[in-house]
Design a protein around this ligand. Structure first.
Ligand SMILES: [Zn+2]
Length: 226
């Protein structure tokens, strides 16, 4: 089994974790969906695909590389639209409309069977695609985004406040105070940067006060006297 995905899972919603698979963190860009297998494994780790289906898909991808590549390209296209929704959907109607068009494009073409299945971690809704083997892979992601729009949640989606970090997340704090993708990482770095800035802004130490004029001269200078 290949190494597990290192994509961040900090967003609180599937669609936002999906957006973060195009990751910019500490100023470095990482594509976590670098090939179809990486995407299938990401879906598996997110709980969207069971192991059997994931392995089946990876085999099919080897048999049909063009179909798998086209599905991956489509996934990245949807991801771009969802990033725009995450970053500007609360304020820009155009960003929202473009995302809704992409969401509907995926919903409309997905045919298959919905099921409810009992698993090791409780019940999960699953979807077995009919027809195109790679079709429907985006369904859980776009449904998560659709749920966010229905619930009016998009206004609470934020982008990490750290420079060089493009991770988005749902701010679920009661007073809407979450500022970082993770406190342990970007939050602490920002705190350290603020501390350094304060140190640098601090005025240089004042020179030692000159002795008052009335003070008697030192024994050394007195000895030099007449
Ligand atoms: Zn961050």
């Amino acid at each position: 089994m290949p190494a597990p995905s290192t994509a961040p899972r900090i967003a609180g919603r599937l669609w936002l974790d999906f957006v973060n698979t195009d990751d910019e963190h500490h100023g470095r860009r990482t594509e976590h969906l670098r090939d179809f297998g990486a995407w299938a494994r990401w879906l598996h780790e997110a709980g969207v695909l069971d192991l059997e289906r994931t392995q089946g898909l990876e085999r099919r991808a080897q048999e049909q590389p063009m179909g798998a590549q086209a599905a991956l390209v489509d996934a990245r296209r949807v991801r771009n639209a969802l990033r725009t929704l995450a970053e500007r959907g609360a304020t820009q109607e155009r960003a929202r409309d473009a995302a809704v068009a992409e969401i509907n494009r995926i919903l409309e073409r997905s045919s298959g069977t919905r099921r409810l299945e009992a698993g090791a971690h409780g019940f999960a809704r699953t979807f077995r695609t009919g027809g195109d083997v790679f079709g429907g892979l985006l369904l859980a992601v776009v449904e998560s985004a659709a749920d966010a729009l229905v619930a009016g949640e998009v206004a609470r989606v934020k982008r990490c406040g750290a420079a060089g970090c493009a991770r988005v997340y749902l701010d679920e704090t009661r007073n809407h105070s979450r500022r970082w993708c993770t406190m342990a990482d970007c939050g602490n770095r920002a705190k350290a940067a603020r501390h350094r800035a304060r140190q640098q802004a601090r005025p240089a130490p004042r020179p030692a006060p000159t002795p008052p004029r009335s003070r008697p001269s030192s024994p050394a200078s007195r000895r030099r006297g007449p």
